[in-house]
Design a protein around this ligand. Structure first.
Ligand code: MLT
Length: 422
């Protein structure tokens, strides 16, 4: 303890000196390295909080939703089943699942006013900006669903978001191509409807291989929650001010967009493309990463929580080859990704640092094979993450101990100064 004045006093001289001119040793790093991190009730929504939604053991590489291992859920359940599980804490009965599915199907249609909303964006708009704006705009269309303490409103807002976010994501894609928007088809399942709105055309029947539907459904399951990551803690923090679920999710989408978070799947594919275009020399690339040459980074490797293989990446890796075979797609980027993993994991540099592939490493190859443009990969992550955001927001709102989040500030600026006499 540096004996810092918690009411906003200045850091002691030795800390200030160590920080200033220390070649990038930032104050946050210094404070955390010296153990100067404290908890207070106002901190709960940002730095630490108790949650019963998702369990991660980063050393063992274990991930469970409400106690159920991710591998079992990915194999045996559907995305809507997992959404219910995350939100309500238990697997749904067949009747509950059927009614949940029905409620969602009935709400996929957007208000016609959204037509001018989509038309108002340039075709170059990143789908995440449109998605975030769309989630926020839902609050404008549902002013009767904004009270976080009315359970019926929260239930309805949750279903509205689950139903409408895929429609918004699909329309963001269609608008960027200048193609007409397709009405949702309530006879189709969750993922199939989304794929049809994304890739279907007004004329002709849209047909999709059930295997493709299954794989995207599984990818959504794998992304459905990941405890207090950047976007989820954003959703909780915004919600802690009692802002609506729509606004909180909109903020979460913004947080997810960043290349260090959900945007990493886009960054991985771009990295693989670059290696391929440069002749595909994986070893040379790995050496560049080790020598930190030209700021080159091995995207999709390493994770703040995992000191082991990300269990989601293990499931995705197994599925990737199968999907490409099902679709009859031969993509040199998959071989490149596999070689990259092999070379990296045979190298002490990565093993000692416990840098293993994370969930973003293989997903981009699948999304590309399914026909999604690179800039929509993060929007797919957002669709998958939505039930987790909803579950975590509801958990936070229902906890009587929740206070508005307010990270503690450690003041590092000047001491009191007086305006110079003129
Ligand atoms: C996630 O799934 O949110 C990412 O792996 C990032 C994280 O958990 O910190």
């Amino acid at each position: 303890d540096f004996g810092l004045d918690h009411k906003g006093g200045r850091l002691p001289l030795e800390v200030t000196e160590a920080t200033e001119g220390s070649g990038g040793l930032g104050i946050s790093k210094l404070l955390s390295e010296t153990g100067y991190v404290t908890l207070d009730p106002g901190f709960v929504n940002t730095a630490s909080c108790a949650s019963a939604v998702t369990y991660i053991d980063g050393d063992a590489g274990i991930l469970r939703y409400r106690g159920y291992p991710i591998e079992e859920l990915a194999e045996k359940s559907s995305f809507l089943e997992v959404a219910w599980l995350l939100i309500h804490g238990e697997l749904p009965t067949p009747e509950q699942l059927a009614s949940f599915d029905e409620q969602i199907r009935e709400r996929t249609l957007l208000n016609e006013g959204f037509r001018s909303f989509f038309a108002g964006f340039p075709t170059s708009a990143h789908p995440m900006s449109v998605l975030s704006a769309g989630a926020s705009a839902l609050a404008a269309y549902h002013p009767d669903l904004l009270d976080p303490f009315d359970p019926a409103q929260v239930d309805e807002a949750s279903v509205q978001l689950l139903a409408k976010l895929p429609t918004i994501a699909a329309y963001a894609h269609k608008s960027s191509l200048g193609e007409p928007l397709l009405y949702p088809d309530s006879s189709l399942g969750y993922v199939e409807n989304f794929l049809r709105m994304t890739f279907g055309l007004p004329t002709g029947k849209y047909e999709v291989d059930p295997e493709v539907v299954k794989i995207l459904d599984m990818l959504f399951i794998l992304h459905a929650d990941h405890e207090q990551n950047c976007s989820t803690s954003t959703v909780r923090l915004v919600g802690s001010s009692n802002a609506s679920l729509f606004s909180s999710v909109s903020a979460g989408i913004g947080a997810l967009w960043g290349p260090l978070h959900g945007g990493a799947n886009q960054a991985v594919l771009e990295m693989l493309e670059r290696i391929h275009n440069d002749g595909g020399d994986v070893k040379a690339f790995v050496n560049k990463v080790k020598n930190k040459e030209d700021g080159v980074k091995l995207m999709g490797f390493g994770h703040r929580v995992y000191r082991n293989y990300d269990p989601r990446a293990a499931v995705v890796k197994k599925a990737t080859r199968k999907v490409l075979d099902t679709l009859g797609v031969k993509d040199p980027l998959l071989d490149l990704a596999m070689q990259l993993e092999e070379v990296a994991l045979a190298d002490d540099y990565f093993v000692q640092r416990k840098l293993y592939p994370n969930v973003d490493f293989y997903t981009g190859v699948i999304y590309k094979a399914l026909g999604f443009p690179v800039n929509s990969f993060t929007a797919l992550f957002a669709l998958g993450r939505l039930p987790g955001w909803i579950a975590q927001w509801r958990e936070m709102i229902n906890d009587p101990a929740t206070k508005i989040g307010r990270p503690r500030q450690v003041y590092t600026g000047s001491t009191e100064r007086h305006y110079p006499a003129k």
